[in-house]
Design a protein around this ligand. Structure first.
Ligand SMILES: NC(=O)c1ccc[n+]([C@@H]2O[C@H](COP(=O)([O-])OP(=O)(O)OC[C@H]3O[C@@H](n4cnc5c(N)ncnc54)[C@H](OP(=O)(O)O)[C@@H]3O)[C@@H](O)[C@H]2O)c1
Length: 316
């Protein structure tokens, strides 16, 4: 049994969809099982392993929680600067509670983290072992969540991602599309480099960890399961927010999502005047995950096109 925490969020809902498609046994929770309350997490594990919770034909062995996938988090980067305590509770204490629960029931943990744990002053893709240097509250609390998991248990996969967008959640692609449909011109910053991530691509990588680990074989004492630890996943390539917005405009026009002309102008971060410092360079190296999972990661432009032309595209 897989327990998906944060199953109603943008990434969580995508993982849920793919779990259904793969017919893997799973159970999902969101805010109703509060990750900041350790007892609530433990109570839930006890509850789901009882016969009453599932149809009686579900084999007993399938009721045991073998995996926890945590997609819950405090994700509002700007608001985190004011709601420090809440961000701390959700991004640092929550993962600690989840790691303790996972360890107590012998489950493996997949946890999602962020490029914001880095300072963003590099010019080469960040590898997993590079030192963390978060700039704001969001990055600092996410870094603390990673540290708590690593201290608490060994059987974890922490996957850092960046610039995430998907069907069921507010994201840059939806925001730009709405702005482009209501303005003649917009301004987007051109001096922050990174790579967008299509939530279904990330969800698929997450479930590949589960499958590769569950189906692992040993040859001459070497196990084929991906090694536990930290991994990076985004789409391939790199861009800046202005170039990303221009591609959204081009594809939005092509597939009828944007129905009027809009000029997409560029500006610097300084000219834009944002109130939270964001990493200037946050390209993540994907070499480790591609090798461990034996996957070819899609280029960001191809995944963006899949998103914009999909029937599930729904400006929320
Ligand atoms: N979005 C990005 O651009 C981005 C970039 C890099 C990394 N990430 C990471 O990727 C992961 C998924 O992000 P996302 O954008 O899919 O997040 P999201 O849409 O904000 O989903 C998070 C979910 O957690 C729920 N939640 C909030 N408080 C909770 C609590 N106390 N107990 C249980 N669940 C709770 C939220 O409910 P409510 O919505 O009702 O609060 C929401 O359903 C996160 O770890 C995030 O840090 C995201």
């Amino acid at each position: 049994m897989i327990w998906l925490i944060g199953c109603k969020g943008m990434l969580g809902s995508e993982v849920a969809k793919q779990l259904d498609e793969k017919k893997l046994p799973w159970v999902g929770t969101d805010k109703e099982v509060d990750i900041t309350n350790p007892q609530a997490l433990l109570d839930f594990t006890n509850k789901i392993e009882t016969a009453a919770y599932f149809p009686s034909d579900l084999p007993k062995s399938d009721r045991k929680i073998k995996w926890i996938i945590n997609c819950s988090a405090y994700t509002n980067v700007d608001k985190a600067e004011e709601e420090t305590e809440l961000a701390e509770k959700l991004n640092a204490e929550g993962p600690l509670n989840i790691a303790r629960t996972a360890r107590s029931i012998g489950a493996k943990l997949i946890h999602i983290s962020t490029d914001y744990v880095f300072g963003g002053n590099g010019n080469q893709p960040y590898t997993e072992d590079m030192p963390k240097a978060p700039l704001g509250v969001y990055g600092r609390t996410k870094a603390a969540g990673e540290d708590a998991i690593m201290k608490e248990m060994n059987t974890y996969y922490i996957i850092r991602t960046a610039w995430l967008y998907g069907f069921d959640g507010r994201n840059f692609v939806y925001t730009m599309t709405k702005l482009m449909n209501s303005h003649d011109q917009i301004r987007v910053v051109n001096d922050q480099l990174g790579t967008p991530t299509y939530a279904p691509d990330l969800a698929s990588a997450i479930l590949r960890f589960v499958e590769k680990s569950d189906n692992a074989k040993s040859f001459f004492g070497k196990n084929s399961a991906p090694a536990y630890g930290i991994y990076h996943f985004t789409n391939e390539g790199q861009t800046n927010w202005h170039e990303f917005a221009k591609e959204i405009y081009r594809l939005g026009r092509k597939y009828g999502r944007i129905t009027q002309e809009c000029q997409v102008n560029s500006c610097t971060t300084e000219e834009y005047g944002a109130n939270v410092q964001r990493p200037a360079y946050s390209v993540l190296s994907k070499e480790k995950i591609a090798k461990a999972l034996k996957i070819k990661i899609p280029e960001w432009q191809n995944s963006l096109e899949k998103f914009i032309k999909n029937d599930r595209f729904n400006l929320i």
